[in-house]
Write a protein that binds this ligand. Sequence first.
Ligand code: DX5
Ligand code: ZN
Length: 228
Amino acid sequence: MSLLIAPSILSADFARLGDAIAAAERGGADLIHVDVMDGHFVPDITIGPPVVRSIKRVTHVPLDVHLMITDPDRYIEAFADAGAAMISVHVEVLPHLHRTVHAIQALGAKAGVVLNPSTPVVALEQIAGDVDFVLVMSVNPGFGGQTFIPHSESKVREVRAMLDRAGNSASVEIDGGIDQQNVGRVVAAGARIIVAGSAIFHAPDTERATRELKAAALGALPSPAVPR
Ligand code: DX5
Ligand code: ZN
């Protein structure tokens, strides 16, 4: 059973991104999560395709690009070209989500759809069979270092159940306020891609924080059935 740890570089020192990524990789990062913000969908402005292209050159694991922007259709090709292996888009800004998901896949990237805390799971019902992963936001997007919203745990269960009903083994990703204390609960609920920003890059030792978060997450996986 796969469980992936995806450190979010939003909380890293942007002047030393290469070093931050290397430390996270030494600690066992399976993906690097890149938060793209446009100053419209969320208040802040972060990074765009040229930075993703540079990060791609120094990163050994796939890039998981989370687009918190109002018009993702205009930019998915640029991010795929820059090296994004996974691209996720917010349901809240996309009236033609089915088209966008297939456009991402046609570019050779895995397509993820993201639910804000106030967006109901049913918003994905009709495309549950098409997505490569679903990202459940466990904080309101826009900033690192916020507190985990407890309701997100049951939402992960609900998304998992919806994907199962659709016959889709796509992973559920969780993003926002994840740390050593709560990671076990979200894994037990069914999350299999774990994003963490401040718990990794604001820790005194990035490599160690990554390793410890991963160990805590793996420890919460249901034990495999023992064959008799
Ligand atoms: C929030 C971003 C997150 C953020 C998580 O809008 O999508 O990826 O970096 O940071 P922490 O783990 O500090 O909540
Ligand atoms: Zn994110």
